[in-house]
Design a protein around this ligand. Structure first.
Ligand code: SF4
Ligand code: SF4
Length: 426
């Protein structure tokens, strides 16, 4: 495989200041310098110069990074450790391949009709394999990618993409498309319902592209470059069919937003014929809260209540604040109707980490999640919110395991609820 990064150059650029270490998510639970940003960088440099072999042990070390980008934001040498890790993981996959269940997941993510069948099957039989809880459903038994007792989002009877017509005319001149993301499509469907309600309130027509597929984030973070490129090319070709007829593509998901806005260009860097085509899509793609806040009247329409509906503590998804710079917008939209009670470190990673951490290394996700759950509980708010379904899945599991009582709501669910309940005050 062509190695894009000169790892040795980055190792030389590292001034060993250790500014990245206290904020590193994996180091916060491993307390081992090997699994810290500067540890990873030097291991990659050693791997590149041949003094260290990329064996299964080294592969496992690279798999422990949560890709939270905390290190990138504090590093004085601006070392993109997350991108280096993604590159090292791609080399691992090239050498050792993927576990069968990851191949199965990525195969499924490329096929909408099969996903629909699998979701239908999961919905019908979920009561056999799972016990219902406040925030989702807990597995009654273990399978290779999921331990017994694990909380998963509850699969909806009808996916968001199948629940609405492709075009919804809300009586306005403007039209926004929706890229919904896999988790909100099949499980957290009220996120899409809420976005539609908000667009209707704003008289912005909605276009729901039915044949959209996964943005590629799960395969990218796992090192499966082939599947990632396939999904990017498929989506770009599909989006090109309607991109000139819409004003924006709204993405109510931090990880999908960052994948499309930042990582698509990065993944396709060695195929320059795709770059301009991707840029055309990226120029119209936005994380939903940012576009609604900056480009519409939503802030003035949201009820400004003296008696707030409930208290909310807001978690900043890594792929919203650190990579897209979006953190004020969802708070501003929510704060008019809800009391914001900040947790001690809202941008501390929740511990989702991606497919490998959520399956083979789930103990790491639990360790990080426990700290986040304690922080949320200490904020003493009734609701925790974040614009990310991956964070939602991880935080809900952590809250229930920790015994915390907070419920989770997406910021668009909160705003839509306020608009519905206080319509006459708007
Ligand atoms: S991306 Fe996060 S977990 Fe990975 S090395 Fe950087 S700070 Fe640590
Ligand atoms: S912050 Fe950057 S320069 Fe400092 S130790 Fe970490 S990787 Fe090296």
């Amino acid at each position: 495989m062509k190695t894009e990064f000169n790892f040795a150059e980055y190792a030389d650029a590292c001034v060993k200041c250790a500014k990245c270490v206290p904020d590193c998510t994996i180091h916060s639970v491993s307390r081992d310098e090997t699994t810290s940003p500067r540890g990873f960088i030097h291991l990659m440099a050693n791997m590149q110069d041949g003094s260290l072999m990329l064996d299964k042990n080294l592969k496992k070390i690279f798999e422990t990074c949560f890709l939270c980008a905390n290190c990138v934001t504090v590093c004085p040498s601006k070392i993109p450790t997350d991108l280096l890790i993604e590159n090292a993981r791609a080399q691992s996959v090239e050498k050792y391949g993927l576990a069968w269940f990851k191949r199965a997941v990525f195969f499924l993510l490329k096929r909408r009709s099969l996903q629909n069948v699998a979701a239908k099957f999961a919905f019908i039989f979920k009561s056999c394999g799972f016990a219902k809880t406040q925030n989702g459903m807990r597995a009654r038994f273990s399978i290779p990618m999921m331990k017994r007792g694990r909380l998963l989002p509850s699969i909806a009877e009808k996916s968001f993409l199948n629940a609405y017509p492709e075009r919804m005319n809300f009586g306005g001149e403007r039209t926004a498309a929706i890229f919904i993301g896999c988790l909100a499509n099949y499980a957290y469907t009220s996120v899409g319902d809420s976005l539609l309600y908000i667009l209707k309130t704003l008289k912005i027509n909605a276009f729901i592209p039915k044949d959209q597929l996964c943005c590629g984030a799960p395969s990218y973070f796992t090192g499966d470059t082939k599947s990632t490129k396939w999904l990017i090319k498929y989506n770009v070709e599909y989006f090109e069919l309607f991109i000139d007829s819409i004003e924006a593509i709204l993405i109510p998901e931090a990880t999908c937003s960052n994948m499309i806005i930042n990582d698509w260009l990065h993944v396709m860097r060695d195929e320059p014929e795709w770059i301009e085509r991707i840029k055309r899509i990226v120029n119209k793609s936005f994380i939903a809260s940012q576009w609604l806040h900056d480009k519409t009247d939503l802030l003035s329409l949201t009820p400004n209540l003296s008696q707030k509906i409930a208290s909310v503590t807001y978690h900043d998804p890594c792929h919203a604040k650190k990579t897209l710079g979006v953190f004020k917008e969802p708070r501003a939209l929510v704060a008019k109707s809800y009391e914001i009670k900040e947790m001690s470190a809202p941008s501390q990673c929740c511990g989702f980490g991606g497919v490998t951490i959520q399956s083979e290394r789930f103990a790491l996700a639990q360790a990080v999640g426990k700290n986040k759950a304690a922080m949320i509980a200490n904020a003493n708010a009734a609701i925790v919110s974040a614009e990310c379904s991956a964070c939602r899945m991880q935080i809900c599991d952590a809250l229930e395991s920790y015994g915390a009582k907070q419920t989770f709501m997406h910021p668009l669910e909160l705003v839509a609820q306020a608009l519905k309940e206080y319509k006459t005050d708007a």
